[in-house]
Design a protein around this ligand. Structure first.
Ligand SMILES: [Zn+2]
Length: 174
């Protein structure tokens, strides 16, 4: 995974969590560009694109960075939520993991050449798009298999992020 971390959260917390999410849905994670930014909202969100290369400027925020960086058929953006004292840090961290599972399933589809095509017909509502349904199904499936012990649990990685959120809450409360 090629992590471009533009947040205060250390790579050592984000990288294990985000690459575990990719493995959990069965995507090839090795060469995929993942950018993480700090959202200006309370919610965590993500996005995935069927790309084979990413302009370095998109990752660094510097327009002068023109070089292209290869990515293994797909790129992911995760926006970490803002935390506030009333938020449950564990719930926030679990949400980040769920968003990551969802976006990795999109990348897995791209890697397999599976992509919804709406050029000839009307775009269905977001929830009805096959790729979105697959991403939602893959997310609950991975979480169920982790809960049942069929897949390794990601508790430690999620907890590490929760503790970081908690630290941020203390820091911003001061
Ligand atoms: Zn989606």
């Amino acid at each position: 995974m090629k992590l471009y971390n533009r947040t205060r959260c250390p790579d050592s917390i984000l990288k294990p969590l985000l690459s575990a999410a990719g493995r959990a849905v069965g995507a090839r994670t090795g060469g995929v560009v993942v950018k993480v930014t700090q959202a200006r909202t309370w919610g965590c969100s993500g996005q995935a694109w069927d790309w084979t290369a990413v302009r370095r400027g998109w990752l660094t925020g510097n327009r002068n960075h023109q070089r292209w960086i290869e990515t293994d058929r797909g790129a992911i953006l995760i926006r970490l939520p803002l935390v506030r004292p009333t938020h449950d840090p564990l719930e926030r961290a679990e949400r980040v993991y769920r968003v990551a599972l969802h976006e990795w399933q999109h990348v897995k589809d791209y890697q397999r050449g599976r992509r919804d095509n709406y050029s000839s017909r009307r775009r269905p509502r977001w929830r009805d798009r096959p790729c979105e349904r697959r991403a939602m199904a893959a997310t609950s499936d991975a979480l169920e298999r982790e809960a049942s012990g069929e897949l390794a649990s990601r508790e430690d990685e999620i907890l590490a992020l929760a503790m970081w959120f908690e630290g941020e809450q203390d820091r911003t409360a001061r």
